[in-house]
Ligand binder design. Structure first.
Ligand SMILES: C[S@@+](CC[C@H](N)C(=O)[O-])C[C@H]1O[C@@H](n2cnc3c(N)ncnc32)[C@H](O)[C@@H]1O
Length: 309
């Protein structure tokens, strides 16, 4: 079995994963922006959509939303803790009966027939964690889709700035005083991260050319019993568009959620987020700006793509 899949399985099946992931929009502004962008796209494309496949659906951020809008959703994920959390949240929202939960890997979608679902979605990079099978997985997601596909994958142009910025997540902390362990880590490690940082052109060029985050170091950590971050394939916008086209997807639109917000400092982002009127206007404008194809590569983490069959 591929290391990517084994590493993903171990990482995402850590017992606290579901709980931690379900709080990301309370802690990080880039996550709020990204999820808000996806939500706006989903809700404006629900016409004639009755059945949905959500691949790597996590703790149900979008499977539950779509079930609340009347869709029958197959919630598919490699992690039982994520599925358990999603079930708990779906029950609270009263939509448990509209969601079928399936524990499985995106690399194995043979059980689903061609065109089984009106819409197929996969958000926040599950496809990128299937390296080296990412193209085949996109092909499979297209195969089981009847009308519309929406995915977001890791963005290479979006990740490259991280290699010159080990404190990139600090810009997006919503509340410095919250109890979230990752927020505490970002704040506690900031000074050391800056002190230890050296710009490394070889690393940047390697990511630019190969598109891969992680590799031998993660495999060695996994073999020692650790749970490293997933080996992640990052896509260029033209590459993702070409793959979707090759599998027959039409009217493809790309977007880069987070591109606008990247330009603002933390103090201003926090100020905007804490005022409900400004927040709503800001999220609307981010959606508009980030949907412009000329900025799609500079989304924060994710490259979003949608199209029709
Ligand atoms: C960052 S979370 C995104 C969750 C959700 N799609 C969202 O946008 O909120 C990534 C999810 O992908 C799942 N995942 C990772 N690798 C996978 C694989 N090979 N097959 C299926 N699911 C996978 C993880 O378990 C996790 O729930």
């Amino acid at each position: 079995m591929d290391y990517s899949r084994k590493i993903s399985e171990r990482l995402w099946n850590m017992p606290d994963k579901g709980e931690l992931e379900s709080h990301r929009e309370e802690t990080f502004i880039d996550d709020i922006i990204q999820k808000s962008h996806i939500e706006k796209e989903l809700l404006s494309h629900l016409n004639e959509i009755k059945t949905v496949f959500d691949g790597g659906a996590g703790c149900g951020r979008f499977s539950i939303l779509l079930a609340k809008h009347g869709c029958e959703v197959t919630h598919f994920d490699i992690s039982q803790p994520m599925i358990d959390k999603a079930k708990e949240l779906a029950e609270k929202e009263g939509v448990l009966d509209r969601i079928t939960f399936v524990n499985g890997a995106l690399e194995s979608l043979e059980a689903f027939k061609d065109k089984s679902f009106d819409m197929v979605i996969s958000f926040d990079a599950p496809v990128s964690y299937t390296y080296p099978n990412q193209e085949k997985v996109i092909g499979e997601l297209v195969r089981i889709c009847r009308k519309r596909i929406m995915i977001s994958v890791s963005s290479r142009l979006g990740y490259l700035p991280y290699l010159a910025n080990p404190i990139q997540k600090n810009q997006f902390i919503l509340d410095e005083n919250c109890d979230d362990p990752f927020v505490k880590w970002c704040i506690g490690n900031k000074a050391d991260a800056v002190e230890a940082f050296r710009f490394n052109k070889d690393d940047v060029m390697k990511l630019w050319e190969e598109g891969l985050m992680g590799g031998d170091k993660e495999i060695a950590e996994y073999e020692k019993g650790g749970a490293p971050w997933c080996i992640t394939y990052t896509f260029m916008p033209d590459e993702l568009e070409e793959i979707l086209k090759r599998y027959g997807v039409k009217n493809i639109q790309l977007a880069g959620p987070g591109a606008y917000a990247r330009t603002l400092p933390n103090e201003l982002l926090v100020k905007i987020m804490k005022d409900s009127n400004q927040r709503s206007d800001f999220l609307d404008f981010c959606h508009r700006y980030d949907s412009n194809p000329f900025v799609c590569g500079m989304g924060k983490d994710n490259l979003f793509a949608q199209g029709e069959l």
